[in-house]
Design a protein around this ligand. Sequence first.
Ligand SMILES: C[S@@+](CC[C@H](N)C(=O)[O-])C[C@H]1O[C@@H](n2cnc3c(N)ncnc32)[C@H](O)[C@@H]1O
Length: 357
Amino acid sequence: MSAKGTMTGKGATGGKPSHAFLCRPECCSDLADELTDAGARVTGSTPTGIVTANLDAEPGPFVFERQRLSRPSFLSNCELQPVTSEQAAAILEPVLASDLLWTTHVYTSPTPRAPRLSARAEGIAAAMIRMARKQRRDIEKRFRPPQRLRREDGLVVQFCLDDDGLWTACTPLGDMACQVPGGIFRMKFDDLAPSRSYLKIEEAFVRMTCEPVERETAIDLGAAPGGWSYAFLKRDCRVTAVDHGPMKLDGEVTAHLTHLMANGITYQPDKPVDWLAADMLIPPGVALGLLRRWFDGNWMRRAVVNVKLPQQQCWPAIKPVLIFLRGIRGWNIHVRQLYHDRREVTVMAVRTGQEAL
Ligand SMILES: C[S@@+](CC[C@H](N)C(=O)[O-])C[C@H]1O[C@@H](n2cnc3c(N)ncnc32)[C@H](O)[C@@H]1O
């Protein structure tokens, strides 16, 4: 194992990172700021979206984190030529030493070379599993595909191939920051959706583990050209789209669409709605004001609100939003940079307890 990581150490040992976090490459410094604010000691970052740090606990998940490797190991590209049975035994040691079910999450860092690296990552993982199987044959029987491993104590061996080498870690499924391989929530586009933003709201529904249903009401602030509205309309919701710009939706799907050319920042609904959706190009401070009005007014029971990031100093801009949301009771609220987000993060909120409007 190279000096970049350790397989067995609890937390940081000898300057090796206790964690490697994945994020959008252009957001490494934002994640580093967030980690530092949480008391972590950031030890480095790569241009490919990996931030290493030492943390004494397992806090988070963090807003800018896509996935994390706890107590990671690192093998440089040189060390991987060739892959050896010793390396395989070290990486798969928790699987070899237990009788638990297990799976692998094989992915690449968010490097531009990802499409070329992914077949290599699969090849390395397969070679290591073949080697480990010689030591204990039943590991094959205990293997489950990622989507079929449900037991919280089941082990997940992550293989994350980066430009410089391979990061690995083994974690019980229940302790994973994100149970989707690499935090890659790749959504399928719908050709009837008028914008790629559609992918963001579909990802938000998956992450919230709840989606709109027939006859629910939604207010979509900053709706044009209509990707988010379309996601509600295709589920037979009643949608009020607020935007001075034109909606690019037509046909049957618009039967329950009302388009208001109004200011979404000051818009107030006549009565509470099931869903607030907001994706306006407004500064974080203005988005915070909007969130305050809607939460204080109790005008919705679910919300997906996209907050655009400034070009610089993102963390100081986002932090007041988090502080406000942390003070709200009776809601389940997550703020994350979605896989489909760009220079933005998304607030996902579900009111708990009393469900009826
Ligand atoms: C990123 S686009 C929204 C894309 C949309 N969610 C979709 O899925 O197609 C941002 C929209 O916010 C609108 N917008 C910006 N400020 C606004 C405001 N104060 N009131 C209403 N709409 C606003 C813009 O006109 C623009 O159409």
